[in-house]
Design a protein around this ligand. Structure first.
Ligand SMILES: NC(=O)c1ccc[n+]([C@@H]2O[C@H](COP(=O)([O-])OP(=O)(O)OC[C@H]3O[C@@H](n4cnc5c(N)ncnc54)[C@H](OP(=O)(O)O)[C@@H]3O)[C@@H](O)[C@H]2O)c1
Length: 302
């Protein structure tokens, strides 16, 4: 009998890797699709995981990656545009995502989970945020039964958030975005992965839009305080106006991998918390873990 794969586009990324592990633990056959595919190093004999090379922009490669899939998760990301290489927010988050949904429908895929982010809006000054909003629409237009999953900021071992904060803790003072008042709802990558895996199985769903945040809403400076307390390190927190961050992002923009982008600064000016009338962890019977309880394992990973 042919295996019925769950294919994870972006299955080698931070969130995608966690999803692959959840799927394997659930005993489901998995296909990883990415431009530079590789298999996890923790696989054991009997785990049914394969990897295929696939660029989301390449229709033929996507169609091949979808063959034999019953469920699909799109966890492909693009945070910094490289227009000369054709890597634009539109190409990945709108056209690519919509094409994947259309091809999934044609392949007879029963469930597609499209990962987006909390705060998508057509009115945002951020081209990234606007593209995420248009991308959600492109996916629903192509496959109305698709599930949209919007996480808040993710944390976990080897993440971007805590890794950056640990680096900042080496400075004599920690610069804040504005006064550090922005409210976030940090969520463990494994909790989001578990939710995506549940949403990608065949059980009937009452909701198709989910926003996933951790159990606590924390201001940016409270997150920094938790990390500093865990590191047993005292540092003054230095408010820095958003205008200065925007200037810094503009100066860094020519770098191939800028450590800070205009879109990130815009995202840090708005709260990223779960809204009203959406599906949440509660609907999935998942109790998400707190940042505080997770810090020892996350930061021990180095
Ligand atoms: N990290 C967060 O805090 C956070 C918060 C909210 C939402 N999200 C969303 O979660 C999703 C995953 O984010 P992440 O942080 O896990 O991203 P990531 O670590 O950067 O991983 C991105 C994945 O996408 C693949 N990829 C990139 N471009 C591709 C292309 N053109 N074709 C096929 N695969 C491609 C990458 O592999 P290759 O480079 O080998 O192709 C990799 O597997 C994104 O939609 C992101 O916006 C993330």
């Amino acid at each position: 009998m042919q295996e019925a794969f769950t294919t994870v586009f972006g299955g080698t990324g931070f969130l995608g890797r966690a999803m692959v592990r959840e799927l394997v633990e659930a005993g489901r056959p998995v296909r990883i699709a990415a431009r530079r595919p590789n298999l996890p190093d923790w696989l054991e004999a009997g785990d049914r995981v394969e990897a295929v090379a696939c660029d989301l922009r390449n229709e033929q490669q996507v169609a091949i990656a979808l063959q034999g899939s019953v469920a699909v998760i799109n966890a492909v990301s693009l945070y910094v545009e490289r227009p000369r290489a054709g890597l634009t927010f539109k190409a990945i988050h709108v056209t690519g995502a919509g094409q994947l949904a259309r091809l999934a429908r044609e392949e007879g895929v029963t469930r597609l989970v499209h990962v987006s982010g909390i705060g998508t809006s057509d009115a945002s000054p951020s081209a990234y945020v606007r593209a995420r909003s248009a991308g959600e629409r492109a996916v629903i237009d192509a496959l109305p039964k698709a599930v949209i999953l919007r996480p808040s900021v993710l944390f976990g071992p080897h993440d971007a958030l805590l890794t950056a904060l640990v680096r900042l803790a080496r400075l004599p003072a920690i610069p804040l975005f504005g006064r550090g008042d922005t409210r976030l709802q940090p969520v463990h990558v494994d909790d989001v992965a578990r939710a995506a895996v549940r949403l990608s199985d065949t059980r009937p769903l009452e909701r198709r839009l989910f926003e996933l945040g951790g159990p606590e809403v924390l201001r940016y400076r409270q997150i920094i305080a938790q990390v500093l307390a865990h590191l047993e390190c005292r540092r003054p927190l230095l408010p820095v106006p958003f205008l200065a961050w925007r200037l810094a992002a503009a100066l860094l923009a020519p770098l191939p991998s800028p450590p800070l982008t205009r879109d990130q600064v815009i995202l840090m000016q708005q709260d990223t918390i779960v809204g009203e009338g959406v599906g949440t962890f509660d609907d999935l019977g998942i109790v998400p873990r707190t940042l505080h309880d997770s810090l020892p394992t996350c930061l021990a990973a180095g």
